[in-house]
Design a binder for this molecule. Sequence first.
Ligand code: TAP
Length: 451
Amino acid sequence: MTDVINPATGEVFTTVPSLDLAATDAAIETAQRAFPAWRAVAPGDRARLLRRFAAVVDQHLEELAELEVRNAGHTIGNARWEAGNVRDVLDYYAGAPERLSGRQIPVAGGLDVTFHEPLGVVGIIVPWNFPMPIAGWGFAPALAAGNTVVLKPAELTPLTAIRLGELALAAELPEGVFTIVPGKGSVVGQRFVTHPAVRKVCFTGSTEVGKSIMAGAADQVKRVTLELGGKSANIVFADADLERAAASAPGSVFDNAGQDCCARSRLLVQESVYDKFLALLEPAVRAFRVTDPAQADAEMGPLISAAHKKTVTSYVEGSDVAFRGSAPESGGWWFPPTVLLAHSTEDRHWREEVFGPVLSVLPFKDEEDAVRLANDTEYGLSGSLWTRDLGRALRVSRAVETGALSVNSHSSVRYWTPFGGMKQSGLGRELGPDALLSFTDVKNVFLAMGD
Ligand code: TAP
């Protein structure tokens, strides 16, 4: 059994089973047995089942959100959005089964058609930072395409995934189609990589573990989707609406206590407005409300664990602190929003993913310098840029090596647009119209016309 802890208080409030290798194999084999019948469900019926699953999630939205506040320390506002996102992603991909059509390609002597065949069992490995949305981004398209799913939540945050598994059964998805397998990454997650019946692994988490999964998957030429770390830049040009850029910068990095692979944790400010911008940023950072995440006006809760707080603290110790916000001081793993001045691109807090409420700031000279600094990282997940110059917005958008970018905003992920990383931030894309196909293989069939 694993203790489940409320990160806002540090108290254990329940326990969940931690499955061993034999139980993991049993879950995978149940999913394998469920596959032929699930892929054979008529497209319209599979769509209806997924819509019903979405409706059941909707009926339990508040319960799921409250569970996440307690288990992950997410603010209630965020947690409601996250539960709603699972519903929306299910609804979106519920539109897919009847539209998953192949092609008819002209050939001589017969008919040539392609099919998007499901892969079989898909293993989804979920991190602790966004337990609900990241689960949904994997299981909704995987199920819609006709695969069965085994899903491993993070040991720290298993509760909403376990509940979603129950809700799937309540929506009458057949037994074995969607199975939650709680346990350790080194046991359950690793088995998804090595078990031959699992045909694809969809992993979100650290770049280090992602690389080991990719290497392990090579042995069986197993398909992978990887969503890994980030160190995204927020680039503010001198001609931007500085007030708006400064007011929105804290949310772009401190949301979810900075435990967000899309966090804009490197702030690049054009040197001619550097001092002015920091003066605008300071009150916005100090005003960021860090409090009991169950309160309706909370903007940020605690960090996920004591160990993670230690890691985040190590980036601030000995660094040049520009200013900080405030956070509760007792119980739980609280950490105030913190702005650090970078003195070189070699500063550890500038280069590495902190995954906490820590923003590093550096000035730049001109457009070329901004692009060079933004791209000076092995990551490439997200980012923002602020300018009133349309030509510059287009040039810089094309030049920054990142999978998603927002101009004059910090847009969050939309379930109907693609999401994923360039360089070492990942492989493949989730969400949007194309993600579905990554849970299929193309089959080409030629039917001879005969004489
Ligand atoms: P990871 O260790 O990468 O964990 C992510 C998931 O992978 C968890 O479910 C974990 O299981 C599982 N896992 C761990 N080792 C595995 C293995 N050998 N084979 C298969 N699955 C395995 O991330 P973390 O420890 O939670 O966080 C460490 C750092 O990773 C963070 O500080 C942050 O920088 C980064 N991170 C990034 C993201 C995103 S969204 N890109 C998300 C989380 C963390 P258990 O932990 O349950 O054992």
